[in-house]
Design a protein around this ligand. Structure first.
Ligand code: UDP
Length: 328
């Protein structure tokens, strides 16, 4: 592996993956249009501000840095926004990714890791969810990503490109040395909202529904530490190079689920603060339980989550939020 182009490397998961590449002495080259990412999050000297649809720029980066692998994160990723603005999601995620992949394949790139999502499954009753579960997205975000998985299937076959799509469950936590973390604007994710409430920056945390068919009535999710997620990309990439991947799509999660109430209670213990909470109505499109079966990734690449216990997730996120209360 020479140099890896990371699109969306200024975003939450992308920036942690760049750190992981750095730790392994692999050159990371970032392309990000900074529409949602942060320049301060990018810990590589090779940064290009620009769009993945700018073919000229993409070609020049690939030639200049001798790129032979790409990890493609750049995307819009808010489910509710995707329902409001489906055109935006199909343009930004699907159309632009097709044009980007066409360019890099023309330039001879043969290894691709693509950032997909558990949203490709929609509302399944499976617990945990395997990669073979039905693909029935219930929002344009999931659909826009699924279309790219299908694109890669056909185009990869035709051009002999090795690729893997990682379907993430709930990314969480922050770098253990506290230099980067989660900073979305607007913030819609559970853990940052809980911790901002603990800091007094929000009045209360809303629990979206406590009448789900789960032990405490609140939704259960599979929270995976962002560093484990970053490592999963490098495990997948390594396996692509060594031709060890048995399939193209992999779930990335822990296999363990935690309820919204459990997340709030653990946060109260870790922050040693009372966190004001209120039960609200259910949020549209939220399945009661989403837990990954990610044994395939573990068996085929040797990847294993190391930091995804709730303690480490919430502690690292808390360290980030207390030192960066307004984000970057
Ligand atoms: N959630 C909540 N209150 C909030 C934000 C999220 O109760 O203010 C719940 C949400 O309904 C879901 C879980 O927390 O069950 C995780 O939501 P998040 O938006 O973090 O991730 P998602 O599961 O939607 O990818």
């Amino acid at each position: 592996m020479k140099s890896v182009l990371v699109t969306g490397g200024a975003g939450y998961i992308g920036s942690h993956t760049v750190l992981e590449l750095k730790n392994r002495n692999i050159t990371a080259v970032v392309l990000d249009n900074l529409s949602t990412g942060h320049r301060e999050a990018v810990h590589t000297p090779h940064f290009y501000e620009g769009d993945i649809s700018d073919c000229g720029l993409v070609k020049s980066i690939i030639r200049k840095h001798n790129i032979d692998a790409v990890i493609h994160f750049a995307a819009k990723s808010l489910v509710s926004e995707s329902i409001e603005k489906p055109e935006l999601y199909f343009r930004e995620n699907t159309i632009k990714s097709c044009s980007f992949f066409e360019t890099i394949i023309q330039e001879g790139v043969k290894h691709i890791v693509f950032s997909s999502t558990a949203a490709v499954y929609g509302i399944t009753g499976d617990k945990p969810i395997r990669e073979t579960a039905p693909l029935e997205p219930v929002n344009p975000y999931g659909e826009s990503k699924l279309m790219i998985e299908k694109y890669l299937h056909w185009v990869g076959k035709r051009h002999n490109v090795k690729w893997a799509a990682l379907r993430y469950f709930n990314a969480a936590g922050a770098a253990l040395d506290g230099i980067i973390g989660e900073d979305h604007n607007p913030e819609s994710h559970l853990i940052p909202l809980i911790l901002q409430t603990a800091l007094g920056r929000r009045e209360k945390i809303s629990i979206f529904g406590d009448d789900y068919p789960t032990p405490d009535g609140t939704c259960i999710r599979d929270y995976i530490h962002v560093l484990d997620l970053a490592a999963a990309h490098l495990s997948a990439l390594g396996a692509l190079y060594e031709d060890r991947l048995v399939q193209n799509v992999y779930n990335v999660g822990t296999g363990a689920g935690h309820s919204v109430k459990e997340m709030i209670e653990t946060s109260e213990t870790i922050t040693e603060r009372n966190i004001p909470k209120q039960t609200d109505k259910r949020r549209a499109g939220d399945p009661p339980v989403l837990v990954a079966d990610s044994r395939a990734l573990q068996e085929h690449t040797g990847w294993k989550p190391k930091y995804s216990d709730l303690q480490t997730i919430i502690q690292s996120a808390w360290a980030w939020h207390t030192t960066h209360p307004s984000g970057f």
